[in-house]
Design a protein around this ligand. Structure first.
Ligand SMILES: Cc1ncc(COP(=O)(O)O)c(C=O)c1O
Length: 311
């Protein structure tokens, strides 16, 4: 999968517990409950470099921090760092690494030191950034398969939380897809409806209308998904949030996978059944263009979604 095939990249500096350190020195205890019991939550954000402005724009930073607060509250990582502390650290890590290209930011909070399964602190925080250009599949699309793994349920390991524990399920689905030579996986929930992919949400197009599984289908409440629902409305496209059956995937004229990392990846086929003419479709292309305009600051209506890195 693309996430795996990107070249490994380590930033020069990371921030651990508020302190800027050389990346190699940012280390935590091997007995931290964040590691031993997966008491870790995180956010993945993107920042976009706009050459004409000499500016790096962080996309929807407050929304990501709000989601992180929600994850910390439910997993009980206490006391949580404040949004203003986290925002300052994100800007600081970008500046320390002199990021002047499209990049990815990962913020993690976890239970540190050595503790029991239900330990709530001490709270560790880490912030890293790394260069992350747009993936080529944004243009070319990928072939997907329906996974034999079922999505973890809201009453077991809730996908609404961005908790590292949930990524075991994603990893199993991703490994399986990779093994059969597919570019991505679509995971069904216990009811047999489409939930999402390992690291992004799914939209299909039927009869010219967009459909995406609801937030009760076992998905992360994706910021990209929310953004695209708004942009679809702006473009006069009809969009609904409702359950999607497996075989509807095969009926779709178009489909795409969306999230911060992959942005909008056209889905060319599902289980080797081509969608439409097997190429990225026109509605997908319109949304990609609108999204690009928003994240790169060309759409004045959404400038407030961008946080500037440099003064
Ligand atoms: C499981 C999962 N679903 C959906 C998404 C998309 O969420 P967002 O658009 O907020 O990045 C992600 C992360 O990108 C994810 O890991």
């Amino acid at each position: 999968m693309s996430e795996q095939s990107e070249k490994p990249y380590r930033p020069e500096f990371a921030i651990l517990n508020g302190e800027v350190l050389p990346f190699a020195e940012a280390r935590i205890s091997i007995m931290a409950p964040g590691l031993t019991f997966a008491a870790t939550v995180f956010e993945g954000l993107r920042a976009y470099w706009v050459e004409e402005e000499g500016q790096l724009h962080i996309f929807r930073l407050p929304e990501h921090l709000e989601r992180l607060q929600f994850s910390m509250r439910v997993v009980e990582i206490l006391p949580p760092p404040t949004n203003s502390e986290l925002e300052s650290q994100i800007i600081e890590v970008l500046r320390a690494n002199e990021m002047r290209e499209d990049c990815y930011i990962r913020v993690q909070t976890f239970v540190d030191d050595w503790g029991e399964m239900i330990a709530t602190g001490p709270v560790g925080t880490s912030v890293i950034c790394r260069r992350r250009p747009r993936i080529p599949a944004f243009e070319t699309g990928k072939h997907f398969v329906v996974s034999s793994w079922r999505r973890n349920a809201d009453d077991a390991s809730p996908p609404r939380l961005k908790a590292t524990a949930n990524y075991l399920n994603s990893r199993l689905a991703g490994l399986e897809a990779n093994r059969v030579g597919a570019g991505g996986a679509i995971i069904l929930n216990r009811d047999g409806s489409v939930s999402e992919g390992p690291g992004g949400c799914i939209f299909i197009v039927r009869d010219g209308r967009l459909i995406t599984p609801p937030v009760t289908a076992g998905i992360l409440e994706s910021i990209t998904r929310g953004t695209l629902l708004l942009l679809a409305d702006d473009l006069g496209l009809e969009a609904s949030e409702r359950d999607v059956g497996r075989t509807e995937l095969y009926l779709a004229e178009e489909a795409f996978y969306c999230g911060t990392g992959q942005e909008i990846t056209p889905i060319l086929s599902v289980d080797q059944k081509p969608l439409g003419d097997g190429q990225p479709g026109p509605i997908t292309r319109r949304l990609q263009a609108a999204y690009d305009g928003v994240v790169r600051g060309r759409d004045d209506r959404y400038r407030h979604w961008l946080t500037q890195t440099y003064d």
